[in-house]
Design a protein around this ligand. Structure first.
Ligand code: GP9
Length: 403
């Protein structure tokens, strides 16, 4: 039963949250505009190439936002759709299937549903086909009312596998203007999708020769394009009076498949470590405008929704969620599987990459990225992660049948 799941969860997560809770309800009643950015990795934030900022818009947003710099990817084979699932539910995606495949037969508890019950209108915008990743099942299962997919954006400016991010945001604002407030709306971008082929006329960066015609250079161009599109979106939101009364939540869905890791290391000026690969940016703008705050507490994608929920004043005490509010966290344990062997995790100070058994694994210091010896505490965390992931899988299984 739900009570049993809640009891087991609180045992596994005991002592993780701070005693005092900050910022609860500080953005109560605001609209929520979530932008899930395709292949956005944290290393692009504040990165310059030949004196040019790759993400000037995000960089200046970071200065006015809660910016969580130590958040790690937890998606499985459902990739982009898993990230959407995680953000909405704070439940671990399954390892053996794209979790959206399970959406035709069950409803998922989600922030969209909770906000919907409180009178928010809920919508999602994605320029692709809604059948892709079973989003036509996933969105209703998450309790999202209105789905805008490629039909809304068709026959306009196409980049790679779908209409451009500029079109996504331009048409999106036109719909948002007509939407009843407060609303919860998610925007799933697409232009920075692999293989990062951006038309010449949209390329914003003057790349040094060594990056030209490389996947790394193309990736940076694509991200710079999406960054600019987000900037235009913000201008439109402002023009339409939708900026000040909204929380803008931006994060990366998963790593970019970059082949030439040596070249990434050159761009970063340090070794491109697995830790960098899994690090996605997460920022929330609109609660503490003007004065930003950088939060270095380790987290995962599962922690995004509880963090936003805290600002909106939503109590999740009675919800089976596997993430935790990063503004009120003391310690954390972030499991990530599928892209890494099961049992791998990030904790406050360690990245542990599992092997077939605990002892076959390797641990690294999150600080220095250097290999460190395995300890008994790490083994406890490894076992706890396996339990959390199993509990999450069992919980999804228990949701059998539409509510
Ligand atoms: C497809 C798009 C990309 O609709 O969201 O998904 P991905 O291939 O990155 O999982």
């Amino acid at each position: 039963s739900k009570e049993e799941f809640l009891a087991e969860l609180s045992e596994l997560k005991e002592g993780n949250l701070s005693n005092e809770k900050v910022a609860f309800g500080s953005a109560k009643g605001k609209n929520v505009i979530m932008i899930q950015v395709e292949s956005l990795q944290n290393f692009v934030i504040d990165l310059s190439v030949d004196g040019q900022e790759v993400t000037p818009v995000l960089n200046s947003l970071v200065d006015e936002s809660y910016y969580f710099s130590n958040v790690y990817q937890q998606v499985g084979q459902g990739n982009t759709s898993d990230a959407e699932f995680i953000f909405n539910t704070a439940i671990y995606p399954r390892e053996d299937v794209a979790t959206s495949e399970l959406a035709s037969t069950r409803d998922f508890p989600s922030i969209a549903r909770i906000l919907g019950e409180q009178g928010y209108s809920t919508s999602t915008f994605h320029p692709g086909d809604k059948e892709f990743w079973n989003r036509d099942d996933l969105y209703p299962a998450l309790g999202i009312e209105t789905i805008y997919d490629k039909q809304l954006f068709e026959n306009e400016d196409v980049i790679g596998i779908g209409p451009s991010d500029e079109v996504l945001f331009k048409k999106g604002v036109m719909e948002l203007k007509k939407t009843q407030q407060p609303f919860y709306s998610q925007f799933i971008t697409l232009s920075s999708h692999h293989p990062f082929e951006l038309p010449k006329e949209k390329q914003l960066l003057e790349l040094p020769e060594k990056l030209e015609n490389t996947d790394v250079g193309n990736y940076l161009q694509s991200v710079a394009y999406t960054d600019q599109a987000i900037g235009k979106f913000i201008e439109e939101l402002k023009k339409n009076g939708l900026y000040d009364n909204s929380l803008l939540v931006i994060y990366g869905d998963h790593q970019a498949p970059l082949q030439d890791e040596k070249l990434v290391s050159e761009v970063l000026n340090h070794e491109y470590h697995t830790i960098d690969k899994f690090n996605v940016p997460f920022l929330i703008h609109g609660d503490m405008t003007k004065q930003g705050q950088k939060i270095t507490q380790v987290g995962g994608q599962l922690d995004m929704m509880p963090t936003v929920a805290n600002l909106l004043g939503l109590s999740l005490d009675n919800e089976v969620i596997f993430g935790q509010d990063l503004l009120n966290t003391e310690k954390n344990l972030v499991g990530t599987r599928f892209y890494l062997p099961t049992g791998s995790y990030f904790s406050n100070s360690v990245f542990y990459e599992a092997g077939n058994t605990f002892d076959d694994g390797v641990a690294y210091s999150l600080d220095t990225h250097e290999e460190i010896p395995l300890t008994a505490d790490m083994k406890k965390d490894y076992e706890a992660v396996l339990k959390l992931e199993k509990l999450s899988d069992d919980y999804i299984a228990s949701l059998e049948g539409k509510e």
